[in-house]
Design a protein around this ligand. Structure first.
Ligand code: DGY
Length: 321
């Protein structure tokens, strides 16, 4: 069968796919528009797409042979899963393989913000370091503070478990009790308001859904401590970005670390001007090992789906009932 891959991904996944199917990889190393996907994938049986591709009703309806959609990401808000389900097309994602990698990046942001790493690096490179100073780049401690995890799924749990070395108290907001966090960290499940008021480091790990859109807005930012750090490695629209900019400009919180943006890849100029935010280009899962593992996982899902089996990481398994 024919598989269309919307952008170059690690060869491990492409080679695996090639053993089973005729594979075409977009020759454009940039995000394809919906029309470009429709034009380039028109005869495809399988679509291997990225989180930057919009795979909505129009795209799915325009690909008459489509039998399988393998998303190269754990988040799949870019795919209209309910429409794909109506057409009995399986959709898969790439969970687990990127859990620790994304949690590590969340921690990188915690320290980048708390110890003002990016500002200090720019200062040093600019030749402004004239000697140790008692008031130079004062940050904020993390050890023994309270970590608030919003969304204690796979990545939120990994992020929290990695706090053990810093002896933190852990609060979490999640629809269900997280036995691992409660038994291993003595973590407490709480509500969003309490978490925002009590946490020193707040890290967001929820999927983007109608319920989580603008979960953190002006009201929530005003509940946080003036010394709080806000980290987002999930999806940009979970935070009302304008409200966050106002919060950072007015020092309602100590700082923020962002890997994702409300209107990605656009980063507002007002945000770029601020020193109390660290801005990354959505690199949560960006290690060589993990991106290669994601490619294999997406390929395995594709191969299973095209052979009529339930893909191992199917996000709409009900279509097989
Ligand atoms: C994903 O896979 O959904 C993450 O955003 C990767 O960083």
């Amino acid at each position: 069968m024919n598989v269309f891959v919307t952008r170059k991904i690690p060869q491990s996944g492409i080679s695996l796919l090639q053993k089973h199917h005729q594979v075409t990889v977009s020759n454009q190393d940039s995000v394809l528009t919906k029309q470009e996907i429709i034009d380039q994938a028109k005869d495809t049986d399988g679509l291997l797409c990225l989180l930057t591709d919009t795979i909505d009703e129009e795209v799915i309806s325009s690909l008459p042979n489509l039998k399988m959609i393998a998303n190269y990401a754990v988040g799949y808000n870019n795919v209209d899963v309910s429409f794909a389900s109506k057409k009995k097309i399986p959709v898969s994602n790439t969970p687990d393989v990127l859990t620790d990698t994304t949690a590590e990046l969340a921690w990188a942001l915690v320290f980048a913000v708390s110890r003002r790493i990016v500002e200090s690096d720019s200062f040093s490179r600019a030749g402004k370091f004239k000697g140790w100073g008692p008031m130079l780049f004062l940050g904020t401690d993390v050890t023994k503070k309270t970590l608030g995890i919003i969304g204690a799924g796979r990545i939120g749990t990994a992020m929290a478990l990695k706090s053990q070395g810093f002896d933190m108290n852990v609060l979490y907001v999640n629809p269900h009790k997280n036995e691992t966090l409660e038994s291993r960290l003595n973590a407490q499940k709480t509500d969003l308001k309490n978490l925002l008021k009590k946490s020193d480091v707040i890290s967001i790990h929820v999927p983007l859904t109608d319920e989580t859109h603008h979960l953190i807005s002006e009201k929530e930012l005003k509940m946080m401590k003036e010394t709080a750090l806000l980290i987002n490695t999930s999806r940009g629209p979970v935070i009302d970005e304008n409200a966050l900019i106002t919060a950072l400009e007015n020092k309602w919180i100590f700082g923020a670390g962002l890997d994702v943006y409300e209107h990605e890849p656009r980063i507002p100029e007002r945000l770029k001007k601020l020193d109390n935010v660290v801005l990354l280009p959505h690199t949560g899962s960006a290690t060589k090992e993990t991106r290669s593992n994601m490619a294999v996982m997406a390929a395995e899902n594709m191969i299973a789906g095209l052979s009529g089996k339930k893909p191992p990481n199917c996000v709409n398994p009900k279509i097989f009932e």
